[in-house]
Each structure stands twice: as structure tokens, then as C-alpha cells.
Design a protein around this ligand. Structure first.
Ligand code: NDP
Length: 322
């Protein structure tokens, strides 16, 4: 008996809000999508506690529950959700071409269309105390978790646009925000720095790094060190936000898909089309600016619609515009 390679219409890679929303739309359009969940089924939201800003949940919902419900909704319409990782892809540059995909269990798939929803991973400092207190006051998303620190004193680390934007966002909610920058200046745009410097309850500490996050079950403070003088200082905070960048999960597509200098997939205009026909990108893997569950879900929907139109055009032997 010879091994037959499985041929599918629509492969979805990644299982965050973008992937599941794409799956719901693709399944309802009878594209019989197959999803590979990746290393972290459910994506970044499974590391969040409460999601308060996704429309339709007036009382909020915890991240893992929301992802299970999205999975159930996708499965209700016939999405096949498989645990596993896509390890490599061989993307076909021709219109209507078949893309080859290797899975970590050793199997090979042939896909007529691919929706990439592999997301991005927040970078952390890597301190043991920081990792231990993730979910206990350490967060990589101020917009998601800032509200839980209303009226409290918090710190945020980073010197880029994200740190600048999130520190001013937090200053609207919290009584005091301390922004920790490891260099003597911020990398953020001048306009963003201007906003930081003009926010009264926002203090910037330059040349400052975190030596340890203090607290047993929850964050109680930080031990800081000035990297010029070696001087140490403890500050009291109940929350620590990490804003030192994200890494898009695009390794397996390098050299085949157009990406920006930081590895985010470039999509065309307002669509989710990549430079390869039949390959679409949605969610954080192509968005370094908004990075919200709801925006990821929106682009997941767009990717399924783009894929559906592409497959219809291939079937009717129409050339679609690139
Ligand atoms: P960036 O990579 O631009 O900045 C990361 C920051 O974190 C840098 O200041 C860096 O310091 C600091 N950092 C990195 N590692 C550590 C560490 N271990 N300890 C302390 N500090 C550390 O990431 P952003 O997320 O800020 O931005 C990503 C991209 O998205 C940028 O292109 C940005 O312009 C864009 N963006 C745009 C927005 C907008 O236009 N509204 C909003 C948010 C992001 P150092 O400078 O010393 O290297």
C-alpha cells in the first residue's frame, strides 16, 4: 500500500481569535477547513485571565474559556481541529498552485489555500520572578489587563512606541505609573515621548533595569538597579507591564513570504493577501499596531472571505488580481 498525501481546500495554521474566526467563516462557506493548533492551543489569550473588552461579553470572560467556546463554534460548522505543529511549508507561486505542508507527526498535506494565523509572542525579560508572577500582576498587555489595576501604582518596562503608548494608557487608569527604560533615552517617536513627558502621574526612570519582581503570590514591588551606578532601589507596585516588543511567529515562512524588517508578514492593501496566491495572513502575525483579540478576529474573517473568493476564482479558471 502506498501512502496517500492528504489534499485539502483550506488549511488554517494557528488557533487564536484570528484562526478560529477564519475557521468559522471557512467552514460555513463549505471549505472544509483543517486547523493545526500550534504549540499553544488557543494562543495568547489562554495566558490572560479576564477578557473584558471583547464585545458580547457584558460580564467579561476568562481567556481560556473564550478560546474553548471559539473552538466549539468553529467545530459546530465542521472545522477539523488537530493538535500539532506545521514544521515547514513549500508555497507554490502560481495562481491555483498547490502548497505542500509538513506536520510535526511526519505527515504531509497538500493545501489549495492557507490561512496563516500563527500570531506573535510577547517578549519577556526572562527573570524567574517575572515568570513565576505572570498572571499574578505581571502582564504583557496593558490594554487587556490595565483596568484590573485601577487606582493602583504600577510599573512598565520598555522604551519603544508600545511602552510609550501603554504607559500613557495606564496613567489614565492607575494612580501612578513608573516607566523603566534601560538606556538614557527612549526609542519611541518624539511625539510619543512628548506625551510621556507631559503626563503628570508618569515617572520615567532611565538607565534602570529590573533585578527582581518582589512578591510571593502577587506582585508587591520591584528591585531596580541603575545600570550606570549599580545603585539598587525597591519600589512598591502591584502590577508590572512588559512592553519590550513581540516576535511574530513567522520562522517557517521566511524566504517565501514577504515580511517587514521585524518579520511581520506583509499583506496587500486592505486585504489579507500575501505575495503568494492562495496564502492569506491574519491576526498578530501581520499586525504590530493594534494586536487586539477583536482586530485579530476581524482579519481572520477577512482571510476566510479572501480565501473563499480565491478558490472560487481558481475553480472557474478566472485570474484574480494579485
Ligand atoms: P520595539 O522593538 O520598538 O522596542 C522595544 C523596547 O524595549 C526598546 O526600547 C528596547 O530597549 C526595550 N527592551 C528590549 N529588551 C529589553 C530588556 N530585556 N529590558 C529592558 N528593555 C528592553 O518594540 P515596540 O513593541 O515598542 O514596537 C514594535 C513596533 O511597533 C515598532 O516599529 C513601533 O514603532 C510599532 N508601534 C507603533 C505604534 C503606533 O504607531 N501607534 C504603537 C506600538 C508599536 P532599547 O531601546 O534599549 O533596545
Amino acid at each position: 500500500m502506498t501512502d496517500t498525501v492528504e489534499r485539502i481546500k483550506c488549511l488554517i495554521i494557528g488557533s487564536g481569535p484570528a484562526g478560529y474566526t477564519a475557521a468559522i467563516y471557512a467552514a460555513r462557506a463549505d471549505m472544509k477547513p483543517i486547523m493545526y493548533t500550534g504549540m499553544e492551543p488557543g494562543g495568547q489569550l489562554t495566558t490572560t485571565t479576564e477578557v473584558d473588552n471583547f464585545p458580547g461579553y457584558p460580564e467579561g470572560i476568562d481567556g481560556p474559556t473564550m478560546m474553548i467556546q471559539l473552538q466549539q463554534q468553529a467545530e459546530r460548522f465542521g472545522t477539523e481541529v488537530r493538535m500539532g505543529m506545521v514544521t515547514s511549508v513549500e508555497l507554490n507561486k502560481t495562481h491555483g498552485g498547490i502548497h505542500k505542508v509538513e506536520i510535526d507527526n511526519g505527515s504531509t498535506l497538500e493545501a489549495e489555500s492557507i490561512i496563516i494565523a500563527t500570531g506573535a509572542t510577547a517578549k519577556y525579560l526572562g527573570l524567574p520572578s517575572e515568570q513565576r508572577l505572570r498572571g499574578g500582576g505581571v502582564s504583557a498587555c496593558a490594554v487587556c489587563d490595565g483596568f484590573f489595576f485601577k487606582g493602583q501604582e504600577v510599573a512598565i518596562v520598555g522604551g519603544g512606541d508600545t511602552a510609550a503608548e501603554e504607559s500613557t494608557y495606564l496613567a489614565n487608569i492607575c494612580s501612578k505609573v513608573t516607566l523603566l527604560v534601560r538606556k538614557g533615552e527612549m526609542r519611541a517617536s518624539k511625539a510619543m515621548q512628548h506625551r510621556v513627558n507631559n503626563t503628570p502621574n508618569l515617572e520615567v526612570k532611565y538607565f534602570t533595569e529590573i533585578e527582581e519582581v518582589l512578591g510571593d503570590q502577587v506582585v508587591e514591588g520591584l528591585r531596580l538597579v541603575n545600570n550606570q551606578t549599580g545603585e539598587k532601589e525597591d519600589i512598591k507596585v502591584t502590577g508590572l507591564f512588559i512592553a519590550i516588543g513581540h516576535k511574530p511567529n513567522t520562522e517557517i515562512f521566511k524566504g517565501q513570504l514577504e515580511m517587514d524588517e521585524t518579520g511581520y508578514i506583509i499583506t496587500k492593501g486592505k486585504s489579507t493577501k500575501t505575495n503568494i496566491p492562495g496564502v492569506f495572513a491574519s491576526g498578530d502575525v501581520q499586525d504590530k499596531e493594534y494586536r487586539q483579540a477583536i482586530t485579530a478576529a476581524g482579519t481572520g474573517c477577512m482571510a476566510a472571505l479572501d480565501a473563499e473568493r480565491y478558490l472560487a476564482a481558481v475553480e472557474s479558471k478566472e485570474e484574480v488580481e494579485a
